[in-house]
Design a protein around this ligand. Structure first.
Ligand code: HEM
Length: 191
């Protein structure tokens, strides 16, 4: 996005020039997503069933805010991805922007994205969703490493927790930089 229209539209053509690979990835991602959401909701229900009467006093000692809000952040990310697909893949939100064609006859993904982020509500929703995504990843990373038995000792556990937080912050910062740069006039339309 920071390299401009030609870089993005060339990349988008590349993504779509291997339809078998693209659909393979899409099916694998959808399966992983559905399994992830299904098992997480099931786990959440089991957790609540295991403690029908909540603690009289709930003062968590070690549990981070991110770990205590995984269901919430997960649901925000789910609603983001559904909106995002409707917005930039299916073109349902701004059809006139989704059907733009560039000078070389290619789908103008670059201007579709920049024009989309000139809408303050869309840009704000993307930015807020990245913050929740970051919270979800910050705990999910170390928690999944623990589930897979990678946190072999406390040193590793600490390293994985810190790595997870840094990785999550990097993802959020990079993604937030796109709508924010459209608003700061760093990324502009090339029409
Ligand atoms: C500000 C951040 C983001 C921007 C600017 C962005 C941009 C885009 C664009 C332009 C497309 C359409 C590509 C094309 O059709 O050529 C796309 C598709 C997609 N994005 Fe994003 N994206 C962002 C964040 C995310 C995040 C956080 C996720 C996942 C949690 C995500 C998941 C997807 C998926 C699954 C597709 C569909 C790919 C396909 O067609 O199979 N995106 N994104």
């Amino acid at each position: 996005m920071f390299s401009g229209q030609d870089a993005v539209n060339t990349y988008a053509v590349l993504l779509k020039s291997f339809p078998k690979f693209l659909w393979g990835m899409r099916i694998a991602l959808i399966l992983a997503f559905v399994l992830h959401i299904g098992t997480s909701i099931r786990l959440s229900i089991k957790n609540r069933a295991a403690r029908p009467i909540s603690y009289g006093q709930n003062k968590p000692v070690r549990a981070s805010v991110a770990s205590r809000t995984m269901l919430l952040s997960g649901l925000v990310v789910l609603s983001f991805v559904l909106f995002h697909l409707a917005h930039l893949t299916l073109g349902w939100i701004n059809p006139e922007q989704a059907n733009l064609i560039d000078a070389q006859g290619r789908h103008d993904v670059y201007n579709m994205t920049v024009l989309g982020f000139q809408n303050i509500y869309i840009a704000s929703f993307y930015i807020i969703a990245q913050i929740f995504l970051s919270m979800h990843i910050s705990h999910g990373f170390s928690s999944s490493a623990q589930t897979l038995g990678l946190a072999v000792d406390s040193k590793w556990a600490i390293f994985l927790r810190r790595f997870g937080v840094c990785f999550a912050l990097l993802i959020a910062a990079l993604y937030i930089s796109i709508p924010a740069s459209v608003w700061l006039g760093i990324i502009e339309t090339e029409l």
